[in-house]
Design a protein around this ligand. Structure first.
Ligand code: APR
Length: 248
């Protein structure tokens, strides 16, 4: 089954001029970054997102939220891109392959991908919660549950540069991602449960615009039914198999 799906995917990408890849937390799972919704190991199985990933949580307890994101930064900094990230970067260096990610880690860039569209922001691009000035922040793995966030010159607090629940996506990033979804011949979904919108809607956008939609995910997802080809395998296994043989 998987072999036949990979063969179909290889054929589709060989015939494609433009490929867009939308990645989610499963892309980084084999690097050691836990996903959000996997039942036993997902981040949201251990933490209530409403207490760490909303503007209200930040307002209520910024030190709790800051410590949580510092722990996530430290975790990401300690791991490496996996074979899937590397395969995508090599593929994009020789063909028109654009990466759109929901991930706030920097593993695509560390594998060599450039111009990655980050729909949900970045762990490493912090900004003031009042004047929005960007701040670079030293990564500290905190001992306790709370860590006071740095202060901005304007008196505001430095917040994580990620998109929290209830916040809008960076406008340019979503517009560019929509253009990539509309303008591609093949749209590949990797490691996303497809439950968070508007990112998940890009698969529908691509499909409606005539792209062949491929899913790489060991589990069935909310988006499986809009996919033409479903590969029930992992990012680090399936992406090298497809990208390694694709001319673009
Ligand atoms: N390879 C490919 N897919 C995998 C792998 C793997 N090695 N391991 C797990 N997966 C799949 C899971 O089966 C699941 O469908 O990755 C998916 C991860 O889903 P989520 O945890 O929901 O992550 P994601 O889709 O990226 O979440 C979207 O939700 O909480 C927010 O802002 C956060 O960007 C995130 C958004």
């Amino acid at each position: 089954m998987t072999d036949a799906a990979i063969a179909a995917a290889v054929e589709a990408v060989r015939a494609a001029d433009v490929v867009t890849v939308l990645t989610g937390a499963g892309m980084s799972a084999e690097s050691g970054v836990p996903t959000f919704r996997d039942v036993a190991t997902g981040v949201w199985a251990k933490y209530d997102p409403m207490t760490v990933a909303t503007p209200e949580a930040w307002e209520a307890d910024p030190a709790l939220v800051w410590a949580w994101y510092q722990r996530r930064r430290a975790l990401v900094q300690a791991v490496q891109p996996n074979a899937g990230h590397h395969a995508l970067a090599r593929w994009a260096s020789r063909a028109d392959v654009g990466v759109v990610t929901q991930n706030v880690d920097d593993l695509h860039e560390r594998a060599g991908s450039s111009d990655v569209i980050h729909l949900h922001g970045s762990l490493f691009a912090c900004r003031c919660d009042m004047c929005e000035r960007p701040h670079s922040v030293a990564v500290i793995d905190p001992d306790g549950d709370r860590l006071t966030p740095p202060e901005c010159e304007c008196g505001g607090q430095v917040r994580p540069g990620v998109v929290w629940f209830g916040e809008e996506l960076p406008h340019n990033a979503f517009a560019e991602a929509t253009a990539r979804a509309t303008g591609c011949d093949v749209f590949v979904l990797v490691g996303t449960s497809g439950v968070v919108y508007p990112a998940a809607g890009l698969a529908h956008t691509a499909r409606d615009a005539g792209a062949t939609v491929i899913e790489i995910n060991p589990q069935e997802t909310e988006l499986s039914e809009v996919c033409d080809i479903t590969i029930r395998s992992t990012a680090a296994t399936a992406l090298p198999a497809i990208a390694g043989t694709a001319s673009g």
